[in-house]
Design a protein around this ligand. Structure first.
Ligand code: AP5
Ligand code: ZN
Length: 215
């Protein structure tokens, strides 16, 4: 099955996408991760998007649509989890067309509902494993051994350059202006499935599993 995880920065999209990869053999397609990989490896595109991402603004539709297209061509056994894509109506239309080209469709759009006050602490407390990408949090999901990844044993914990209160303001503004219209768009198509993103991680995972089993 192919699903979108839709929600503001810090809603828990990446956390839940990683769990679905482990439990359902689905493939996470995070445009944010792809762009950060491009920045880290110093590609031309990576250099072009770096300042935009650090400020918290959206990069152009063309860039992210191109990234998704490349990945879709490779296929996925258990289906795709779109994480942080689409973020504009133009991206949503492009996704529909790209899936149709490979004879597939979208099965559900999971709207992860959270409130803004929770997001600040979610974002400022986040760190990730630089080796495997596992997502942690100072308060709600610390590593068992400080500085060591529970998943891969790696020792390189990282914090994102855009995880500051300042950049978060811009990211939230971008979300409300450009991405939140997708909620109405998918509701009208009968594909929207709201989930309480403020619940504990296991409860959120259970709610998503229920949606997937019905879709
Ligand atoms: P992107 O990487 O997509 O970031 P984002 O949407 O801001 O989302 P986050 O990764 O911050 O949050 P998340 O929902 O994944 O939360 P997480 O699971 O980590 O995009 C970054 C930038 O790239 C954009 O600003 C833009 O510039 C560019 N970009 C990317 N895609 C684009 C596109 N399509 N078009 C244009 N530009 C694009 O959780 C957060 C924290 O909370 C973690 O520490 C976690 O441990 C904790 N947590 C998670 N769930 C829970 C829970 N249930 N209870 C308690 N704590 C929890
Ligand atoms: Zn790791």
């Amino acid at each position: 099955k192919n699903i979108i995880l839709l929600g503001p920065p810090g809603a828990g999209k990446g956390t839940q996408a990683k769990r679905l990869e482990e439990t359902r053999q689905m493939v996470q397609l995070s445009t944010g991760d792809m762009l950060r990989d491009a920045m880290a490896s110093g590609t031309e595109m990576g250099k072009r998007v770096a300042a935009i991402m650090d400020r918290g603004e959206l990069v152009t539709d063309e860039v992210v649509i191109g990234l998704i297209q490349e990945k879709l061509e490779k296929g996925a056994g258990g289906g795709f989890i779109f994480d942080g894509f689409p973020r504009t109506l133009k991206q949503a239309d492009a996704l529909e067309a790209l899936l149709a080209q490979i004879g597939q469709k979208l099965d559900a759009v999971i709207e992860m509902q959270v409130d803004d006050t929770a997001l600040v602490r979610r974002i400022t407390g986040r760190y990730t494993c630089g080796t495997c990408g596992a997502v942690y949090h100072d308060d709600t999901r610390p590593t068992k051994v400080p500085g060591t990844c529970d998943v891969c044993g790696g020792h390189q914990m990282k914090r994102r350059a855009d995880d500051t209160e300042e950049a978060l303001k811009t990211r939230l503004m971008e979300y409300y202006k450009k991405t939140s219209p997708l909620i109405g768009y998918y509701y009208a198509k009968g594909q929207l499935c709201p989930v309480d993103g403020l619940a504990e991680m296991d409860a959120v995972a259970a709610a998503i599993a229920k949606v997937l089993d019905k879709a």
